[in-house]
Design a binder for this molecule. Structure first.
Ligand code: NI
Length: 174
């Protein structure tokens, strides 16, 4: 089932999300719902707080290009355990901040540890778009958004735009 995505500013996007003590079928269903929501948006990553769920779960699929096989991943309690000194810059966007894009510099490679949908611990190194996307999504679990890396002025302008967008959407529905 597709879920509505929260738009910034929203206090639920600024919270540190709760760790998952035990995997359950409900959580696996939540991961499936999040993947469906992400692909429909369309997006390459989504974190549970973005649909108003206070839990440390992210989903992503950063495979690009026509004909490439998708690689949907759900990560429960993901953590970055190592990062490279090398940095890279990507133009980032966010499903909670529609139509805004900005360059963000982050470590180029990260090693991530997580629990998979079968409850097994996994660890893997990622680079390129995957590394950026993982850092962006794990940031969401800590109440951090990509605009937090921009200047205060730029962030204020974007926030004002989003407040207006939300008002317009409410008006359209009325
Ligand atoms: Ni995002």
């Amino acid at each position: 089932m597709k879920r509505p995505i929260l738009i910034h500013p929203d206090p639920r996007l600024k919270k540190v999300a709760q760790a998952i003590p035990d995997l359950s079928d409900d959580l696996r269903q939540l991961a499936d719902d999040m993947l469906e929501t992400m692909y429909a948006a369309p997006g390459i990553g989504l974190a549970a707080p973005q649909i108003g769920v206070d839990t440390r779960l992210i989903v992503l699929d950063c495979v690009k290009g026509e004909g490439a096989s998708p690689r949907p991943i759900a990560m429960f309690n993901p953590e970055i355990v190592a990062e490279s000194d090398d940095r890279s810059i990507y133009e980032e966007g966010c499903l909670s901040i529609p139509e805004i894009y900005a360059d963000v510099e982050r470590p180029a490679e990260v090693t991530v540890r997580w629990i998979d949908r079968n409850g097994a611990e996994q660890q893997e190194g990622f680079d390129g778009l995957w590394a950026t996307c993982l850092q962006h999504e794990i940031d969401h679990l800590n109440g951090i958004m990509f605009i937090d890396y921009l200047s205060p002025l730029r962030r204020q302008l974007i926030t004002r735009k989003m407040v207006k967008l939300k008002k317009d959407r409410v008006r359209e529905k009325a």
